[in-house]
Design a protein around this ligand. Structure first.
Ligand SMILES: [Zn+2]
Length: 327
C-alpha cells in the first residue's frame, strides 16, 4: 500500500502472512511493515497478536511447564519444514513470528538451561549447524539477510528463561543494518576497502578499545548505545564459508565471549549479521553485544533516539579483555 501526498510525503506499508503448524493445525499470522515518513525506519505490526503472554508469575511458577524442554510436542513446525534437531539442539518456528522466516533455536533442550555456562561448546557448534540447515530449507531464495539474535534474560526482552536464539532471515536489512550497509557501500565506492575493517585497523592503531584480534575482531564501541557494548566482525566473507578448522575456532572464540559477557554483565542482547548469502555485500559478518539491565531505557532512547549510558568504553575493553584471558 502506498498513499502519496507528494514525492516527499508517502505512507508506505506492505503486508504478508506467515503460517505455522502446531498440534496438526495451521495458525496464520498477518504481519504488516510500515515505513515511518519522518525517519524512514521500518516498523512491524503483528496484527494477529493482541498481547503476547508474558506473565512473569507464570514463568517463575514451578507448576508451569517450559515448552523448550519439550520441543517435540510444545513448539510449532514451519509451514515448509518440520523442526530440525542436531545433537541436543533444536530449531523450530517462532510461536509469535514477526518475520517471514523467524525461527527459535534452543542450543540445549535436554536440560532447562538459562545461561551459556550451562551449555557446551558442542551445543553452540550444533546450533550454528542448525542455522545452516534452516537457511538451506527456505523456499524463497531472495531472503538473504541472516540475523542471529539473542535476548539473554527477562530484562533483555526474553519471554522464556530457557536459553534460546532467534533467527530471522530477511529480504531486506533491518534499520540499523541498512544504515550500516549504506555507509559500507559508499565507503567501498570511495576507498575500495571495507569500512568495518578500516574501523578495526584504526582502533588497533589507537589501542584503547581493542579486545580481540583473531578470527573474531572485537572492540568496545567508541560511542555505545547501551552499557558495555562490544562491536566486531568475523574475518570471513560469510560464517558458513569458513573451513572446518576456522569454523571450530570461530565457535570456540564466540563461546568464550558469551561466557565472559554473561559472567561480567549478566543480561544482554546480541546480534550477528551473517553475510553468507549476500554477494558483494561489502561487509564481513558483524557482531554486536549490549548489556541490558532492567529499566535501562527511557524517553531519551524512545522519544529522541539518543542513547545515554554510564559505562566508559575504554574501561569496558580493559575489563572484558582481562576476564576473557582468564577463561
Ligand atoms: Zn526449559
Amino acid at each position: 500500500m502506498e498513499k502519496i501526498y507528494n514525492e516527499d510525503l508517502k505512507l508506505i506499508s506492505r503486508e504478508y502472512d506467515v503460517r505455522t503448524l502446531f498440534n496438526n493445525e495451521f495458525e496464520r499470522f498477518i504481519i504488516e511493515e510500515r515505513i515511518d515518513p519522518i525517519t524512514n525506519f521500518k516498523v512491524r505490526i503483528n496484527k494477529s497478536i493482541k498481547s503476547k503472554p508474558r506473565s512473569y508469575g507464570r514463568i517463575y511458577s514451578k507448576k508451569s511447564k517450559c515448552p523448550f524442554c519439550n520441543p517435540e510436542k510444545e513448539t510449532p513446525d514451519f509451514e515448509f519444514s518440520k523442526k530440525i534437531f542436531i545433537g541436543d539442539s533444536v530449531l523450530f518456528s517462532n510461536k509469535y513470528p514477526y518475520g517471514k522466516y523467524h525461527a527459535v533455536l534452543v542450543p540445549n533442550y535436554k536440560k532447562h538451561v538459562k545461561s551459556f555456562s550451562q551449555i557446551s561448546y558442542l551445543d553452540l557448534y550444533n546450533s550454528f549447524m542448525l542455522i545452516k540447515e534452516f537457511y538451506e530449507k527456505i523456499p524463497e531464495k531472495d531472503y538473504k539477510y541472516i540475523f542471529i539474535n539473542l535476548n539473554k534474560g527477562f530484562s533483555a526482552g526474553a519471554s522464556q528463561e530457557h536459553l534460546h536464539f532467534q533467527i530471522l532471515i530477511e529480504k531486506e536489512p533491518t534499520n540499523y543494518f541498512r544504515i550500516y550497509l549504506d555507509k559500507s557501500n559508499k565507503y567501498f565506492d570511495k576507498y575500495k576497502k571495507f569500512f568495518i575493517e578500516d574501523y578495526f585497523n584504526f582502533e588497533k592503531q589507537l589501542n584503547e578499545r581493542i579486545i580481540l584480534d583473531g578470527i573474531i575482531k572485537l572492540w568496545s564501541s567508541f560511542a555505545p548505545f547501551r552499557n558495555n557494548e562490544l562491536i566486531g566482525y568475523i574475518d570471513t566473507f560469510g560464517i558458513f564459508f569458513l573451513s572446518q578448522n576456522k569454523f571450530e575456532e570461530f565457535i570456540k572464540t564466540l563461546y568464550k565471549i558469551l561466557i565472559t559477557y554473561e559472567k561480567l554483565y549478566e543480561n544482554f542482547n546480541l546480534v550477528i549479521f551473517d553475510t553468507t548469502l549476500l554477494r558483494e555485500s561489502r561487509s564481513y559478518p558483524i557482531i554486536k553485544i549490549s548489556q541490558r539491565p532492567l529499566f535501562d531505557i527511557g524517553y531519551m532512547e524512545i522519544c529522541h533516539l539518543e542513547y545515554v549510558v554510564s559505562s566508559i568504553p575504554e574501561e569496558t575493553a580493559k575489563e572484558f579483555k582481562e576476564n576473557l584471558e582468564r577463561i
